[in-house]
Design a protein around this ligand. Sequence first.
Ligand code: URA
Length: 434
Amino acid sequence: MRTVDLIHRKRDGEELSPEEIAYFVDGYTRNEIPDYQMSAFLMAVYFSGMSDHEVDALTHSMLGSGSTIDLSGIPGVKVDKHSTGGVGDKTSLIAAPIAAAAGVIVPMMSGRALGHTGGTLDKLESIPGFRTDLTIDEFRAQLASLGLAFIGQSADVAPADGKLYSLRDVTATVESIPLIASSIMSKKLAEGIDALVLDVKVGNGAFMKRQVDARRLAQMMVGIGRRSDKRVQALITDMNQPLGFAIGNALEVMEVSQTLQNGGPTDLTRISLELAARMIYLGKIVPSLEEAREVAQKHLLDGSGYRKFKDVISAQGGNPQVLDRFELLPNATGAREILSPRAGYVSAIDAEYVGQASAMIGAGRDTKDEAVDPAVGVILEVKIGNKIDAGGVLCRLYYTGEDHVEEAAQLIEDAFRISANPPDQRDLILEVVG
Ligand code: URA
């Protein structure tokens, strides 16, 4: 097999066999195929796409490059939830405890903030003492006792994906639907799950800006999962404004606490409950989705989801009192109000700008190794459709150092559009795939 011939064939839109795809992934992982040839291959995939057979082969080659977690010794259906990333997206911290309170086993392998999007691990680590570096034995033991554990992705899960992702990042090939789908699914399939609920975000704060692309990504991931005998469903949800009001790690934990006590924002509560319901349904706790929605609602209203989250925080070394006493969380030292330049209706809030502004003052990171500041972020005072007076507060920026505050404030001002007429109502859950 000559590497250049395979690149040539992929460039011309031909289908490669599973053996040929495996040759690429294995050769690259073992440093036998150089970056320049892999880059050319990725660009060929970017332009030519991949068939279902090819994307399955790529997923399984990356999955096979590392270790997998065996959860078969734990009774119950194991269901994870994955979001493609957004701004203010803290649904994992709400849906997972609700589903676990209903009896689903939820092995949550989560990621960190990157660019303008947040990460579940950083949010959790804003809780003093919280450990996300559980060993696999600790992870299994907690899943057996509490039904929910949060862990970071270890280096030996799908290492080929890590290596390929770094190359995609510098070769303008991140935004390829088959490459994204196989990257996400290779890591999810390594977790020992039976089922998966995907939240594919679409809009100005998401990876996918167009619904047609979000749909293709969702269909591809659901297909990969199903062909691997997993039950998979995907929601396509709106990310044309931040989810909830809070953006930033500790600020989001506070909003999670309010939401798990049924006092959270409507949009966040709605999506979290729907995700939890689908986890409960795929977890076979009840036979229909309608019943699963009732079960999810019940575990929100009776406080059992909230108590489950507290138990998980304690088990992972954190102080559960932070959920009642927010002063125990890291707090910002300065606040800056962003005011509306005119009266009218909020017709747009660019989520990407808000995410970038929040990252700029320390809530996020540009490269994988940077630290985040858990205390800082943004609290919106309005959402799309709300009326505002001239000089009314649009949002507050919370910071711990003056650096970049001015720049972030400018970006946030640009994120808001105020119009004379109210905007059309937009759906939050746009489609279901699977
Ligand atoms: N998230 C991933 O894990 N991989 C991608 O390729 C894109 C987003």
